[in-house]
Unconditional design. Structure first.
Lengths: 129, 129
């Protein structure tokens, strides 16, 4: 997976806790600190668009690929690389822009859009008044 | 409500569409553009921590107050002002930090945490493999 921020690191730890063998890629080596002392998975410093780095991370044998950096463009491009070039069976991208999330979901990319969820939850909370 | 970004503006438009009388406060006057030509509600430029501005926005008679800026600290402080000082019957704050969202929820503040939702959705998607 790429992106080891608040979301990516929490997901990585949860997956490791569920028995998965996880490798995380992040541009910032300090992000490793978010994984804590119990982290036994891989951690590579670099950009997700670096094909050689993706190969080193084990993408060619991955069952799942998650793109969860803070950049929608990075997540979209790297998710499509994972899907089309490396043929990872399952690819999920976090996309903050609801319109792009909906568009790429229609094109067959699995997307998670926290912005859309926040909108829906606030509306639901307000309208249930 | 305060904050007229992607989330705030979408919620404001939805509430207006449901017949609510909505006033939005944002620091950036360009944010009005997000509300589009059909916006008939109020729009005030300024900071949510400005008590005079909050009064001008009609907070003293509001049924609901939503804090949805991109700053957790602002959302927390202004939501507590709305709740404790202006006694708005229903106050909802968007908080990006899951730990603070959980803590303030325990203290009785209604919080929406898109980060936590993203974590849960990604975990669910990955573990359902």
């Amino acid at each position: 997976m790429i992106g080891c921020g608040r979301v990516g690191s929490a997901v990585a730890l949860q997956l490791q806790g569920s028995g998965w063998d996880v490798t995380v890629v992040d541009e910032n080596e300090d992000a490793l600190g978010r994984l804590g002392d119990s982290w036994t998975g891989g951690f590579l410093v670099g950009h997700g668009m670096d094909l050689q780095l993706l190969r080193e991370s084990g993408i060619e044998d991955a069952d799942i690929f998650i793109a969860s950096t803070n950049g929608d463009n990075t997540n979209l491009v790297v998710a499509q690389l994972a899907q089309l070039r490396f043929e990872v069976p399952r690819v999920i991208a976090r996309i903050l822009d609801p319109r792009r999330a909906a568009w790429y979901a229609e094109q067959g990319l699995e997307t998670i859009c926290p912005t859309q969820i926040a909108i829906e939850q606030l509306e639901k909370a307000a309208l249930d008044l």
